[in-house]
Design a protein around this ligand. Structure first.
Ligand SMILES: NC(=O)c1ccc[n+]([C@@H]2O[C@H](COP(=O)([O-])OP(=O)(O)OC[C@H]3O[C@@H](n4cnc5c(N)ncnc54)[C@H](OP(=O)(O)O)[C@@H]3O)[C@@H](O)[C@H]2O)c1
Length: 377
């Protein structure tokens, strides 16, 4: 039996994934030692977590507000080779540099931050291969696929499921009139605001297609999306002989988080209840309505174009989501704004990390200007 405690840092411990990760760790206290915890603006919660989990280091936006642990930057935390694994659960582009730093230092990654692969999947996966670092997905769909795959060379297709979000049964007109509260009322998952809005427009599924392409080295035309409102099948794969393997479970992020940080071991941990097919009774599936959710096709287009196209998609979408959350544009405009930015973007093939950040910055500036122009009309 392995008595070694796994040394873990959590980037984004004050967020939705980070808090659930600490709930998992509370149940598995004898399995983990926390090296570092990080927050952004919520120093109050971070300090409570520090008191309870006693990390060696911590980071938050304002170091003066930190108490109980030594301050360290995200890069410093990811350079500490004492870490066995780092859970990257910050939101947005800030996940990319620390992830690369951890990979350079040979530290395994439990990856929740999908922007890392959307922005720089080619670079990140190549570096991980070179350094022999494991990237274990936390996103429930990719975690499901990770669990199903034995031999990727024999897999013909990835089938990614989507709950359909709060507007599945609503019209495009309803989406145009949707309030921020309606967009944030996800029927299945409680997540941070950015990913919840992405789930309402289905851009989240688009980003997941790009993430799956990089994680599993699968061509885009072999990645399919299916709407499955009950969120019981978290995704599936089809082998070349027609055999389909799916991963099922109750909709809870605790399970994929636990899987990723304990991989390849499995523990009872946070499990609260046994799975019952008869309690579930029915599972439904349908094709996405691409007229209502054009974001999915836009993401396929960005992915197939490659290079900086996915950087542009990610940056423009994120700025448009922030504008929607600020009541500056309507929900449907998130697509229109992102599509306009994509149409005017000059794609750079094989961008370096510095170029990726430059392009990201440029697209964000242009997107904000575009939103201002549209709003002032
Ligand atoms: N939530 C889910 O169920 C889920 C599922 C799959 C994938 N993901 C992915 O996981 C990531 C996190 O999602 P989430 O829902 O947990 O987001 P969230 O609740 O918004 O949490 C984001 C975390 O990042 C921190 N953060 C934000 N800006 C920062 C900055 N500039 N510097 C340092 N830290 C910063 C936040 O700190 P403060 O709160 O202290 O400011 C918080 O700890 C996203 O990439 C998302 O796409 C989430």
């Amino acid at each position: 039996m392995d008595t070694h405690k796994r040394k873990l840092s959590i980037l984004g411990s004050t967020g939705s994934i980070g808090r659930q990760a600490l709930e998992v760790i509370e149940k598995l206290q004898d399995k983990f030692e926390i090296i570092a915890l990080t927050g952004g603006d919520n120093a109050k919660l971070l300090n409570k977590q520090i008191e309870k989990f006693k990390p060696k280091y911590a980071y938050c936006s304002n170091p003066n507000e930190l108490s109980g642990a030594k301050y360290a930057s995200l890069d410093e935390i990811c350079s500490d080779r004492e870490n066995d694994i780092i859970l990257v659960a910050v939101s947005g582009k800030i996940g990319l540099r620390p992830t690369l730093k951890a990979i350079e230092n040979g530290i395994d990654i439990a990856l929740a931050n999908k922007e890392t692969l959307v922005m720089a999947g080619d670079i990140v996966m190549a570096k991980a291969k070179e350094k022999g670092v494991k990237i274990i997905p936390v996103d429930s769909e990719h975690c499901a696929i990770h669990q199903c795959i034995k031999d990727i060379s024999q897999v013909d297709k990835l089938i990614i499921t989507a709950s359909g979000g709060p507007f599945l049964r609503k019209t495009t007109e309803d989406m145009k009139r949707a309030t921020v509260e309606e967009a944030l009322a996800h029927p299945r998952w409680h997540m941070g605001k950015k990913i919840t809005v992405d789930s309402a427009t289905l851009m989240n599924k688009g980003l997941e297609i790009i993430e799956a392409h990089h994680l599993f080295n699968m061509p885009y035309d072999k990645i399919e999306v299916v709407i499955h409102p009950q969120s019981i099948i978290h995704s599936a794969i089809e082998y070349r002989d027609g055999s389909v393997i799916a991963q099922l479970g109750l909709p809870s992020m605790h399970i994929p988080i636990q899987y990723a940080i304990t991989y390849p071991e499995r523990y009872e941990g946070i499990k609260s209840k046994s799975f019952s097919f008869t309690e579930i009774a029915r599972l439904d599936f349908e094709e996405p309505d691409y007229g209502k959710f054009p974001t999915v096709k836009l993401a396929y287009h960005a992915g197939k174009t490659g290079g900086s196209a996915t950087v542009c998609l990610n940056a423009a979408n994120e700025e448009a989501v922030f504008a929607f959350l600020n009541n500056e544009i309507c929900l449907f405009d998130i697509y229109s704004v992102t599509e306009r930015m994509m149409a005017s973007h000059n794609v750079v093939q094989n961008p370096t990390i510095d170029e990726i950040f430059e392009i990201d910055k440029e697209v964000r500036t242009l997107t904000k200007e575009n939103i201002k122009r549209v709003c002032s009309k």
